[in-house]
Design a protein around this ligand. Structure first.
Ligand SMILES: [Ca+2]
Length: 99
């Protein structure tokens, strides 16, 4: 597998690792989402002691309003974070070139 393919596999595996914790392996509950963010995205989202952050993220992503995130609803979170990271990366690159 290529790096990008591995990346996509990881996304799927990690989503299901957390989704399965309450018995329903297809969706993330709020608690599972919080755990996933705490454990897998600690440097991106400081949600450890801020349940409101998780609440907001959940509200934004939960398109069908069932208080759970399926994989399709979860992906924009990763895409959004990747976009933000890429912006940082570009800024960093520019800074590096000036010096
Ligand atoms: Ca949903």
């Amino acid at each position: 597998m290529t790096a990008l393919e591995k990346c996509m596999e990881s996304l799927i595996v990690i989503f299901h690792r957390y989704a399965v914790q309450d018995g329903d392996g297809k969706t993330l509950s709020k608690r599972e989402l919080k755990k996933l963010i705490d454990e897998e995205l600690p440097s991106f989202i400081k949600a450890q002691k801020n349940t409101q952050t998780v609440e907001c993220i959940m509200k934004d992503l939960d398109l069908n309003k069932d208080d759970k995130l399926d994989f399709e609803e979860f992906l924009p979170l990763v895409a959004g974070l990747a976009l933000a990271c890429e912006k940082c990366y570009n800024l960093h690159e520019k800074k590096g070139k000036k010096q």
